[in-house]
Design a protein around this ligand. Sequence first.
Ligand SMILES: CC[C@@H](NC(=O)c1cc2[nH]nc(NC(=O)c3ccc(N4CCN(C)CC4)cc3)c2s1)c1ccccc1
Length: 276
Amino acid sequence: VPKELHLGMFEIGRPLGKGKFGRVYLARERGTGFICALKVLHKDEIRQGRVEKQVAREIEIQSNLRHPNVLQLYGHFHDRKRIFLILEYAGKGELYKHLQRQDRFPEWKAARYIAQMASALGYLHRKHVIHRDIKPENILVGLHGELKMSDFGWSVHAPSGRRLTMCGTLDYLPPEMVDPKRSSKPYNDKVDIWALGVLMYEFLVGRAPFEDTPNMTHRRIAKGDMSIPSFVSPEATDLIKKLLILDSDQRISLEKVRQHPWIIKHCESVAEQDKS
Ligand SMILES: CC[C@@H](NC(=O)c1cc2[nH]nc(NC(=O)c3ccc(N4CCN(C)CC4)cc3)c2s1)c1ccccc1
């Protein structure tokens, strides 16, 4: 992508989606015909929402990431009123819509997805980045069915004591963030391991493990109060239990996730995937 970026360089296509701040459009770069997704954020909305720092962090963090399961940010520019992010186009859209349509994923598909997310998280954590907002709504699907982690507005550099002023669902919050006074130390990348457990449960069961009214969800997360339905295989049950451990230091490592029997059974090529 050439350095001097401006809106005139792009033909804008159909709207792809929208988030709390801004919208995303299909776009084509006129010179090269390169297809991408153009995220448009309005400066006054960002100022009102007091999320300038988050947007700056999203740009700074995502620009420096290169991984097949992390949505790439190719560049950014702005005009008087708007900020534009040039993002990788994920050809099969939002994962949560696939999950809604299919109710829940068969174990072989869930295992491949979890292996891809574990690979992306391993990459992020080696760069001392905690995503902090892993949930189906922030995961996109590429043309060949591969997952793409997106929306780094909430990610931070580890370790971080930064408070997360919640606006989305509580379902993915780990105990150490739901009840910060309980654990004195600032939270670390283990928060993403807990979220991976919530994601795995939601892929296999079709709902989040602590789904309830907001303050019941708080209580259930703090106690680790969840049950795994009997239709979930014993190997999958074993991995969910090793991810959703209250004490963050006891949670399974991403290394061990990749070597877990449930993952190995369904992903013969997971080792190759991780060379990237
Ligand atoms: C995850 C939310 C986030 N989104 C992005 O950043 C997004 C970045 C990005 N890159 N590619 C996307 N692709 C799509 O959104 C998409 C949606 C439906 C598609 N269809 C394929 C054919 N099928 C039959 C029907 C569906 C294909 C691609 C999106 S969304 C966001 C955050 C803030 C503001 C706006 C958007």
